[in-house]
Ligand binder design. Structure first.
Ligand SMILES: C[S@@+](CC[C@H](N)C(=O)[O-])C[C@H]1O[C@@H](n2cnc3c(N)ncnc32)[C@H](O)[C@@H]1O
Length: 246
């Protein structure tokens, strides 16, 4: 089953990223694309947040996105960026390279199978860009398990407010983070205007398991970047992998 972003989750996706003030993945994607000769497919291209600027710079990329709402946002904001509406799991067209930033890979139900499909689609010499986050805060108990906690807040341009609460459980043996987000839209006066809940299953990978999966599916790691190039300290939250077949 796909985990498409819909409703307030889709509408607020970019605003939450902006509020995070996380470093952008764009420079890393551009570095990866320098070595790609031919067209790439960007899987889970969302609202075009990263796809749009890459198209503006002249890269040959097609977006693939399963959420009709995200596709609509992308086409409205970045009309020059081509986006196909569909599921990665149904994709059959071969490409030189695949881009999976923003943790989309972790939403796939069967990562091993999708790594194999990625390999088959790009063939010998093809490449892939994948970003993965590791849920340290959930695993260490810094975030409480099985109870709702306030996660993010937004001041929306029209004066209304957005809130997201989260509840999660970790199934460590399955390397699975199961979480639920509750999105609440409030008027400037605090009245609830809309409330939505969305469930999400996120896979995470310990190094040895990931190494094994990559090896079995013919992927070599040609570069690994920690925390979007701004890593300082022992704990790596995000790993970005440049992968090559063969
Ligand atoms: C974590 S968001 C990342 C969006 C975008 N890459 C970004 O960083 O702004 C994941 C996106 O992938 C889409 N998605 C999830 N599962 C998918 C699938 N199986 N095939 C295609 N798109 C998918 C979701 O609808 C969502 O827009």
């Amino acid at each position: 089953m796909s985990q498409s972003y819909e409703g307030l989750e889709a509408q607020w996706h970019d605003l939450f990223w902006e509020a995070e003030e996380a470093p952008s993945e764009l420079p890393l994607m551009e570095e990866f694309l320098k070595e790609v000769e031919g067209d790439s497919l960007y899987v889970g291209s969302g609202s075009g947040r990263l796809l749009g600027p890459l198209i503006e710079k002249g890269h040959g990329i097609t977006g693939l996105e399963s959420s009709s709402e995200m596709v609509a946002l992308s086409r409205e904001r970045w009309p020059e960026a081509e986006v196909k509406e569909g599921l990665w799991e149904d994709e059959t067209e071969s490409k030189k390279a695949l881009l999976l930033p923003g943790f989309t890979f972790q939403l796939f139900a069967n990562p091993r199978r999708e790594l194999q499909r990625m390999a088959d689609l790009v063939g010998e010499g093809g490449s892939a860009y994948v970003s993965l986050f590791f849920p340290w805060a959930e695993l260490s108990g810094d975030l409480p398990a099985a109870k709702w906690y306030p996660d993010r807040e937004l001041d929306l341009p029209d004066g209304s407010k957005g809130e997201m609460r989260t509840k999660h459980v970790i199934l460590e043996k399955k390397s699975l983070l199961k979480r639920e987000h509750e999105y609440t839209l409030r008027s400037a006066e605090g009245e609830v205007l809309r409330k939505e809940r969305r469930k999400q299953n996120v896979r995470f990978f310990v190094d040895t398991d990931l190494d094994r999966m990559l090896k079995k599916t013919g992927w070599k790691v040609t570069k690994e970047i920690y925390d979007f190039g701004e890593h300082d300290g022992d704990t790596v939250y995000v790993s970005t992998l440049f992968l090559k077949q063969g």
